[in-house]
Design a protein around this ligand. Structure first.
Ligand code: CR6
Length: 789
């Protein structure tokens, strides 16, 4: 990149956009100018990649969520221009870090599923794979979280407030979307996805809903101003907000509209492109296109594709269905029943009657196939797509899709053997596993430049950034004191940086010499932040009893957003904040342990927290966490896993060794055995420490004003609520094992050399969890595409 031309571009941009020189620009203005200048440098290469793909089979990833985070730093890393640009800014008296900090996160996703999509984009471009993403350009991403009176409060996330230099509006590629009650425009915004090294630049195409006309002139003339804007508002509502739910279905009409808007725009775009390149012979569609459906949110792409082929291109239904069955593949991300989408049939009929008709036809084709195979009516009933007035999105995806995959080995096995067993019997050849992964560029090269430099120095080159399996070579340093000491000193540096950041953002001081015990992820009962909290409360009581208890100083760090309507998840946040306060108020305890719940956990916050973690808490109820990806990021940054045998934890431990991690608690088969006669109250009665912890929920210890705000949590664990059994997630059953294992952590942490060795073994064995590996498996085992040369 040309240093001089970047400077000149920035000057020109500031003059033209803000009417001032770079010298007088605000940090946000500098961010915009610099980002635009970088864009100007990459557009030609972007064009070259697009052109090269014209003669390739392509894969399209359709996802309702992309949790991208910030773009500037990451793009500079991937262009390998970070240091040059840092110097260049220095010449202008500008600090690159401050500019990076200005950028708002693009939080167009909730949690793991959305961040996975973002990691896949990065890896596809880095691996030179012809992959394009389709998504929605929500005006407001995931809500901003703050705490007021010890509770979560949500605010709108205005990520576009400083503009959007990282996308190009492609007005000419607009398509129309028809609903039964309205017609709207879908305008694409193309985001460049810069592969590491900068040679390949892929595209993430995000659709924005816009009205056919800005306002109704006649109504306006008649002074009916609100009414004149009604249509515009209703249209813009479609892409106004991201639904802030994670792993729970949210059956809202507007959400269904969003889903159809996303898939209709994307499928129309693909068909148009296909026709331009290959003409009208749709038999060949699957030769040139594979479409991956990220969870069930985009599954309406299937009937929409068939609709276009039948209604607009004159194909027969049978032929169109046959083509669809070679084009679509589906990824399942959860077995939680409440997350499996089932839409009311009447809603679909109301919003898009033609799509509903096609779904009925698909269902009929499925039934016919099963009849031909000799299935009884009873058995067929298990497979129906439309059942009891609901449309089962996963059933449609599995019947039509040519491949279905789970996201970690254990999860895929559960799908095959339990949750989707009948489908597995029908189509065993469709089932595959693709264990999730994370991009090492954002999660190590960008987030932990200190550790990256050490690795590059010790391995003799930076090739590991594109082939993470090379980290294996680090195992040879496991007895090397110099390396072990440097690892420790890097961890200490990252902890100091995090402490500073927490001081600035939260106004809380933490001690970088304490053990940083980290649990960061969305708040959900199955993830069991409450179990961690119960342990801390128990530790509080133990320390009060015996202030000389032999444990290292610990800082428990939490970060999590709760779905705004998820009452119990919000109570858990409140409880953890209350425990933190209680500890702060107790002199004999507060110098030993501290609890920090950071506000507004996000991708950019994760980039600070993860490199600073000493311990990675992954304590979901066995069988419930499909994979997890935070576990991989923490491992890559040298934090041993403290976790259950669940999701990708199983594979993490297999790679880095049980002796380098802390695995505890019930396994899937234990829970299956326990399920029918589980009585949490027995654990409470038999264990005085558990009793002490749970009683503190309701006896005023945590709730001095005695409002009873934690009674629901107490009852959910001990007596159950209405339809639900007590302690559905087996916290009480796992408490004892948790406690024993945490005591082991404290014991191990005393031997700092040993700890550094465990840390090194985790880093060295994290190569398997690169999303480069994952995406190459999707490419060869599902999509049938290969890297362009
Ligand atoms: N909540 C899983 O729960 C997995 C990601 C990505 C999740 C999590 O274990 O790592 O997907 N599932 O595969 C859903 O969102 C439905 C998640 O992020």
């Amino acid at each position: 990149m040309e240093k001089q031309s970047i400077k000149e571009y920035m000057e020109m941009y500031c003059k033209m956009t803000y009417g001032k020189t770079v010298k007088h620009a605000t940090t946000a203005e500098v961010w915009s100018a610099l980002s635009t200048a970088i864009m100007s440098q990459i557009v030609d290469r972007w064009y070259v990649t697009n052109k090269a793909y014209k003669s390739q089979k392509m894969a399209f990833y359709i996802s309702a969520e992309y949790l991208m985070g910030r773009a500037l730093g990451n793009n500079l890393i991937n262009l390998q221009e970070y240091d040059q640009v840092k110097d260049l800014l220095k010449e202008l008296n500008i600090n690159l870090n401050e500019v990076e900090e200005m950028e708002e996160d693009a939080a167009l996703g909730n949690g793991g599923l959305g961040r996975l999509a973002a990691c896949f984009m990065d890896s596809s471009a880095t691996m030179h794979l012809p992959v394009q993403g389709y998504g929605l350009r929500y005006r407001n991403g995931l809500f901003k979280q703050c705490f007021k009176n010890g509770e979560q409060v949500e605010e709108a996330d205005e990520w576009l407030k400083y503009g959007d230099p990282w996308s190009i509006r492609k007005e000419a590629d607009m398509v129309y979307i028809n609903f039964s009650d309205m017609k709207v425009k879908a305008i694409p915004y193309d985001v460049p996805i810069i592969g590491f090294g900068g040679a390949t630049i892929n595209t993430l195409r995000l659709w924005q809903a816009e009205p056919l006309c800005e306002f109704d002139f006649n109504l306006y003339n008649n002074q009916q101003y609100d009414k004149a804007l009604e249509q515009k508002n209703r249209t813009e509502d479609i892409t106004r907000v991201l639904y802030p739910n994670d792993s729970t279905e949210q059956g809202k009409l507007l959400r269904l509209r969003q889903q159809y808007f996303l898939v209709s725009a994307s499928v129309q775009d693909m068909v148009r492109d296909f026709k331009r390149r290959h003409g009208n012979v749709f038999d060949d569609f699957a030769k040139w296109h594979a479409v991956q459906l990220n969870d069930t949110h985009p599954v309406l792409a299937i009937p929409e594709f068939i609709r276009i082929l039948v209604d607009e291109e004159g194909e027969s239904f049978e032929k169109a269905l046959g083509t669809a069955r070679k084009v679509f593949a589906y990824t399942n991300h959860t077995i939680l029943q409440e997350a499996l989408e089932k839409w009311d049939a009447y809603l679909m009929q109301k919003l898009f009657p033609r799509i509903y008709q096609i779904i009925e036809q698909i269902d009929a084709a499925l039934v016919q196939e099963l009849r031909e195979k000799g299935y009884s009516d009873d058995r067929i009933n298990m497979y129906h797509i439309i059942k009891e007035g609901k449309v089962h999105m996963a059933h449609m995806a599995i019947y039509v899709g040519f491949a279905i995959n789970g996201v970690a080995k254990l999860h895929t096995e559960i799908l095959k053997n339990t949750e989707l067993h009948h489908w597995y019997e029908l189509y065993p050849y469709k089932f595959q596993n693709k264990t999730n992964g994370i991009t090492p560029r954002r999660w190590l090269v960008l987030a932990n430049q200190e550790l990256s430099s050490l690795i590059t120095e010790k391995l003799g080159s930076n090739e590991w950034m594109m082939d993470l399996s090379l980290l294996k070579q680090l195992t040879k340093f496991v007895e090397d004191d110099e390396v072990l000491e440097r690892l420790q000193s890097i961890k200490y540096t990252k902890k100091c940086q995090l402490a500073e950041c927490i001081k600035a953002r939260e106004g809380i001081e933490i001690d970088p010499n304490s053990l940083f015990d980290v649990q960061v992820k969305r708040l959900h009962e199955y993830k069991r932040q409450l179990l961690n909290a119960m342990y801390i409360l128990d530790l509080y009581f133990r320390l009060k009893e015996n202030p000389n208890l032999d444990i290292p100083k610990v800082t428990f760090i939490f970060g999590a957003k709760a779905f705004p309507g998820y009452y119990r998840a919000k109570s858990v946040i409140k409880l953890i904040l209350a425990i933190g306060d209680l500890i702060n108020r107790t002199p004999e305890v507060k110098d030993k342990i501290q609890v920090v719940f950071v506000t507004n956990y996000s991708v950019s916050y994760a980039e600070r927290i993860i490199p600073a973690a000493d311990l990675s808490k992954q304590i979901s109820t066995a069988g419930k966490e499909a994979s997890g990806t935070g576990n991989m990021k923490l491992m890559l940054n040298g934090a041993p896993t403290f976790g259950t045998y669940d999701g990708a934890n199983v594979e993490i431990v297999a790679e880095s060794g049980e002796e380098n991690n802390f695995i505890f608690g019930l396994r899937v088969e234990d829970i299956n055995n326990l399920r029918n006669n589980y009585n949490p109250k027995e654990y409470y009665d038999k264990s005085p420490d558990l009793k002490r912890v749970l009683d503190a929920f309701i006896d005023g210890t945590l709730d001095p004003a005695n409002t009873g705000c934690f009674r629901d949590l107490y009852e959910a664990l001990l007596v159950g609520k209405n339809w639900e059994r007590p302690d559905q997630y087996y916290l009480l059953a796992d408490f004892k094992a948790f406690k024993a294992m945490q005591d082991k952590v404290f014991e191990c942490y005393k031997d700092r050399r040993k700890w550094a060795q465990m840390s090194l073994m985790n880093i060295a064995n994290s190569g398997a969890f690169s999303s480069d590996r994952t995406i190459m498996q999707y490419a060869s085992e599902i999509w049938g595409i290969s890297p362009i040369s």
